[in-house]
Ligand binder design. Sequence first.
Ligand code: 0L1
Ligand code: MG
Length: 258
Amino acid sequence: MNIKEIAKHVYNAEDSHYPIDRITAESNDITIDQAYDIQEEVIRLKENKGQRITAYKMGLTSRGKMEQMGVNDPIHGKVYDYMEKYDGETLTFDGYLHPKVEAELVFILKDDIKGEDITIDEVMERTESVIPALEIIDSRYKNFKFTLPDVIADNTSAKGVVYGKEKFIPEGHELENISVSIHTNGEEKITGMSSAVLGHPAESVATLAKMLYERNGSGLKKGDVIFTGGMTEAIHLNKGDEVVTKFEGMGEVKFSIS
Ligand code: 0L1
Ligand code: MG
């Protein structure tokens, strides 16, 4: 297995918008650590092209998704500047293969977080603000089918994000009790609760800190932005969809895809 070659293969699929076979179909011995090595090599390729990391993202944060994949831990990837959109914008369907949208809470840190045993309270103390947002996932693998190493190497299916307009100071919000509903073209498609994210979205930030620490002794920094994971199952998107997502007490995040 050649990490650089596999990374280039995955990178090209995203860059030129074509679906590929699972990388584990050929290299079925890829470990989780090697999958993160591939993800990091893809980061280098993107950076060489001038693309800039703007946020972390956590994936597979709900028990349901973890059970589906047969794992006990979430995964993490990166959000880039070219993926970012804001409430009310229109996205172009042509850049996507088979997009799905999920509702997430985004944490912005006012202090560093490093270590293996961070508590929810410690995360909350170090959180400057929280933003309701959407993530658009779009696996590079045919039919959205993959194993755990495949999806880690593929930057956890990251493709787009839509930030809500307003930042919220965490005090006064029970962040584990935010309900959400996703509507497309006026029809409610799914509802969920923020507690679906590891019991509390701050636990997702603590878990990311632990995973970074275990991988290479690093941690999160003041100013870091973290997508904490989907509060509901992801909803398929079609060309022409108008999406409105309602976050209880935090307003709406909207976009259309044409
Ligand atoms: O953000 C996510 O939870 C996606 C993680 C990767 C699995 C998927 O593409 O559904
Ligand atoms: Mg997500």
